[in-house]
Write a protein that binds this ligand. Structure first.
Ligand code: ME8
Length: 654
């Protein structure tokens, strides 16, 4: 029989910053799935990589004073970079693609030309909004409160000559794919896509840019680079050899069985990606699975909020397998999960130390104590133990059903039900009482064997989650390689009757939660401080000002009626303000560098209104707007002091 193929992918990550626990979650989940499929006997191709083009990388490289290539090289290949992290986390990917790899770049050029030649890409002019951090184009109607619907950050106007992909042409076929097949999972994501994107009408997609250069050049139109998502999505095929000679596995593995992606990029994978594949006439992936986010105190992790959780710290402190296990045991894969240190420590103590670790160490310790480490081969006819055996033998099917749905949390819950039952079995059978009675030696050996067998079955099914720890457990219970496989995981009696145990190190030490949580919080606080940009503020004034003098300053809330740049000045903005008096007040302020004039219209700001009028660039300025100023990495930062819009113009500030 031909071996079943299984092709699985993670998203390819943006190397714009170090990866955090959220990225680790996605990759560990994909790795567990890949390992599970290998365990069941599939021929697996597991792909991950990095998505290295786009304006965000170009800007970051400029800020860092290096070329974009140097910038991405450092984050992908450098110390504690992407590849290092996957090595540390024991990720078993078969291939790693970088979108700056020469073969991929050339393939993307060919693909772009193919869609141009077949009429699905055409030249037009793009007018719209662009979110630089997300590298996403949006139409006005897609914005939420005028901001990027994905990340909530401000978007910029964008207008340029550009190529478009005829996404609209594929709207009906994509809708059918989403609504009438199981292409997109979990099912809840289908409504999101259809209601938010398909029903309002799919517009053609802008697929080239001219305002920056860090991308795959359109080879027949210099000056244009291919939109980063077109470049990125095709990685799933170029990594197998599509439109290139670097690899030769396309026929073997394409179409992919599942693309694992985070919920915010489901749109790209379930609408744009199938439409482009339809355009080039290639088979569609079988499934896209949109998992939830790991959030921190309910909010998305982000470097600027200083709440990113560092996987290196957790892996070094608790072990790689523990971290892998925690991520998949604690959070339901299809929904968001709220990360907390408390949950982590609790999972370690309850599941790993008290349940699994305890079961293995108690069992092996008793086999050593009562039998010198090797069980006698005789067994009792043990009908009394039927329940435990039945439970253990039925586990594989229940586990398989959950794994096939990518419900890692449920699959692990099934295993832990059996482990819990085994711990209870020890207490019910009280081996320490049996050991006192020479006539019960065979009963005692039977109880011990049943425990070892239960551990063997559970450990086999835990392999995709904790590969190294499972090897240690197999060694501890004396399970030779021939009794560890998938086909033995629903069979009782695979372990040798005269098994020899080897009680090793404590696998999962119990943690003093209170002490550990305090230490961990202190380390994370220090990391947060270190990650924030170095901020400089002016030293506090030494000279005092007497109260009466201070009170002479008339501080008011004023509303910006109009704001324009002062001609021939690169510094000044001219504000026309409502100060509550009924007459317009004009104030000139040297903040041109920090604001676009139209950004400020309608805002309520703070002003000193009784300074003597002053002429600047031939115009009279009556007062001064208050701002907060500081420096970040030596660069001057300024923000006007905004007052709540509910405060009326002219209100005194004191
Ligand atoms: O989106 N919890 O790259 P990326 C869970 N380059 N998952 C998270 C997460 C969190 N807190 N934060 C990020 C990209 N992720 C593109 C992909 S594929 C052709 C191109 C997940 O580095 C996120 O949801 O911004 C996404 O699936 C993945 O990390 C990569 O994010």
């Amino acid at each position: 029989m031909e071996q079943k193929k299984f092709y699985i992918t993670t998203p390819i990550y943006y190397p714009s910053d170090k990866l955090h626990i959220g990225h680790t979650y996605c990759t560990v989940a994909t790795d567990a799935m890949a390992r599970y499929k290998r365990l069941t006997g599939c021929d697996v191709m597991f792909l991950t990589g990095t998505d290295e083009h786009g304006q965000k990388i170009e800007t970051k490289a400029k800020e860092a004073g290096v070329t974009p290539q140097q910038f991405v090289d450092r984050i992908v290949e450098g110390e504690k970079g992407v590849k290092d992290l996957w090595k540390l986390m024991n990720i078993s990917n078969d291939r790693f693609i970088r979108t700056t790899d020469g073969y991929h770049v050339k393939a993307v050029q060919r693909i772009f030309r193919k869609m141009y030649d077949n009429g699905d890409i055409y030249k037009g002019a793009y007018k719209g909004k662009y979110c630089t951090p997300c590298e996403s184009f949006w139409t006005e109607s897609q914005l939420v409160d005028g901001k990027c619907p994905d990340c909530g950050r401000p978007v910029q106007d964008a207008e340029e000559e550009a190529y478009f992909f005829r996404l609209s042409k594929y709207a009906d076929r994509v809708r059918h794919l989403l609504e009438d097949t199981d292409f997109l999972q979990p099912r809840s994501r289908v409504n999101e896509m259809v209601n938010n994107f398909i029903k309002p009408g799919l517009e053609d997609l802008c697929v080239s840019r001219t305002s920056f250069t860090w991308g795959v050049p359109v080879d027949f139109d210099p000056g244009h680079v291919v939109y980063v998502w077109v470049d990125a999505l095709f990685n799933y095929m170029t990594a197998l050899g599509y439109e290139n000679d670097e690899h030769d596995d396309l026929a073997r593995y394409w179409p992919a069985d599942v693309h694992i992606v985070g919920k915010e990029i489901v749109r790209f994978h379930s609408i744009i990606w199938p439409a482009m594949l339809m355009s080039v006439g290639e088979p569609l992936p079988r499934h896209v699975y949109g998992h939830g986010w790991l959030v921190f105190n309910g909010g998305k992790m982000s470097k600027s909020l200083g709440n990113v959780v560092d996987p290196y710290l957790l892996a070094e402190r608790y072990g790689v397998d523990t971290l892998r296990f925690f991520l998949l045991r604690t959070f339901p894969f299809g929904s968001d999960g709220n990360f907390s240190n408390e949950l982590l420590i609790n999972t370690i103590n309850v599941d790993l130390a008290n349940c699994l670790g305890n079961l293995v160490s108690r069992t092996t310790a008793m086999v050593e104590k009562y039998f010198g480490g090797t069980l006698p081969a005789e067994r009792e006819d043990d009908k009394a133990d039927c329940e435990l055996k039945k439970l253990a033998c039925a586990l594989r099917d229940r586990y398989e059903a959950e794994m096939e749905k990518l419900q890692f949390q449920n699959a692990l819950a099934e295993i832990f039900k059996v482990l819990d039952r085994a711990n209870k079995y020890i207490d019910e059978n009280a081996p320490w009482v049996l050991a006192k009675d020479e006539g019960k030696k065979i009963r005692l050996a039977t109880v011990m064997y049943n425990l070892l067998e239960t551990v063997r079955i559970c450990t086999t099914l835990l392999l995709p989650f904790m590969p190294e720890s499972c090897e240690k457990i197999f060694a501890a219970i004396g399970a030779c390689p021939c009794c560890r496989g998938w086909e033995k995981a629903n069979q009782w009696g695979a372990l040798r009757a005269d098994a020899t145990v080897a009680k090793g190190e404590v696998l999962f030490p119990r943690i003093d939660a209170e002490k550990e949580l305090a230490e961990l919080a202190a380390i994370q606080e220090a990391q947060k401080k270190a990650a924030l940009p170095a901020v400089e503020v002016d030293p506090l004034a030494e000279e005092t000002v007497d109260f009466d003098t201070f009170c002479k300053c008339d501080l008011r809330a004023v509303k910006v009626k109009a704001c324009e740049a002062v001609k021939k000045s690169d510094k000044l903005l001219k504000f026309t303000l409502d100060d509550g008096s009924g007459a317009d007040r004009i104030i000139l302020s040297g903040i041109r560098k920090f604001y676009e004039p139209e950004q400020l219209i309608g805002k309520t700001v703070a002003a000193i209104v009784n300074l003597p009028p002053r002429k600047m660039m031939g115009q009279l300025s009556c007062g001064m707007l208050l701002s907060a100023v500081h420096k970040e990495k030596g660069e001057e930062k300024l923000q006007l002091m905004l007052v709540d819009d509910a405060i009326p113009a002219g209100a005194k500030l004191c």
